[in-house]
Design a protein around this ligand. Structure first.
Ligand code: ASP
Length: 302
């Protein structure tokens, strides 16, 4: 699972259905019907992470497998070892699958071509974050039913967001209309060329009323996006208490985390009981990652 570009609706739905079936294991502590042979899953996390890393670890354990976690700091990457060499060494220890987060766009792909075990992309630079998008569409499906024709606003630093990229692919495949909203430096019009299902807007207030769902994104300061952002960002693009009034009362609010409260999202929006789906995303993330690990282990090592 390296990315969602080109993945069709049938493949997406089969993963989402499998995640739905696994959700009671996460949410209600229901036992797995058929515990699989225990595997060892490597979690190679070379960029900061709270949710994705813990979620993969919980998913691995809930499936009855063993995680082994390696982060950048304290590893031989600090001594100059490359991503591919590090991954190849972990694979040589007989791991059954490897989950990789790195700052290198295409990093997981590069590793997958080199080592003979399944690789899952847990975020590669600005490129893709497929399991995040799968948990997002899982949350949206649970709230909205079929996503065909639904208008999903993705608001913020689109340019630097792997979450936006993976969601664009998934939402388009499921027939949703993706409305990308952000300041021009973080959202060039070229994004409108992605396809007929993608619209670009620079005026959040102009599109808020038509939204069936809203996904707020953080400004990717670690990718230098801060330089392109004006100091009044919140007033133009933040989901403030005033803007909540303009959203329909049933519109789910999503955020992949980490939230920068008071910048892209206000407390009132994050805590809106009827609309905020932010912790639901996190719960579904575990089920989605269980489904992905399960699926990865079905592919024999090459
Ligand atoms: N947690 C998400 C990611 O790793 C979103 C973010 O960091 O803003 O891409």
């Amino acid at each position: 699972m390296l990315g969602l570009r080109g993945v069709d609706s049938k493949a997406l739905e089969s993963i989402l259905d499998r995640a739905d079936a696994l959700l009671p294991v996460v949410r209600d502590g229901v036992a797995l019907p058929d515990p699989p042979r225990s595997a060892v899953i490597g979690l190679l996390f070379l960029e900061n992470s709270t949710r994705t890393r813990c979620s993969f670890e919980v998913a691995t354990r809930r499936l009855g497998h063993q995680p082994i976690v390696l982060t950048g700091r304290g590893s031989s990457l600090d001594k100059g070892e490359s991503l591919v060499d590090t991954a190849a060494n972990l694979a040589a220890m007989g791991l059954d699958a490897l989950v990789i987060r790195s700052a290198i766009a295409g990093g997981a792909d590069l590793v997958a071509r080199t080592i003979g075990i399944p690789v899952v992309n847990a975020g590669d630079g600005r490129h893709e974050h497929p399991t995040q998008a799968l948990l997002d569409v899982s949350t949206l499906r649970a709230r909205l039913g079929s996503l065909a024709g639904k208008r999903v606003l993705i608001v913020g630093d689109i340019l630097n967001s792997r979450v936006a990229r993976s969601n664009i692919h998934a939402l388009m495949a499921l027939g949703a209309i993706v409305v990308l909203v952000g300041p021009p430096p973080l959202l060039p019009w070229t994004f409108a060329e992605l396809g007929p299902g993608v619209e670009v807007a620079h005026d959040l207030d102009g599109v808020l009323g038509s939204a069936d769902a809203v996904m707020m994104l953080r400004i990717q300061l670690e990718r230098d996006a801060g330089r392109a952002v004006a100091s009044d960002y919140r007033f133009a693009f933040g989901l403030t208490a005033e803007r909540l009034e303009r959203l329909r009362p049933d519109v789910p609010i999503l955020h992949p985390g980490p939230m920068n409260r008071g910048v892209e999202i206000d407390d009132a929006a994050a805590a809106d009981i009827a609309r905020s789906s932010i912790l639901e995303q996190v719960t579904r993330g575990v089920a989605v990652r269980m489904a992905i690990i399960d699926r990865a282990l079905e592919f024999p090592a090459s």
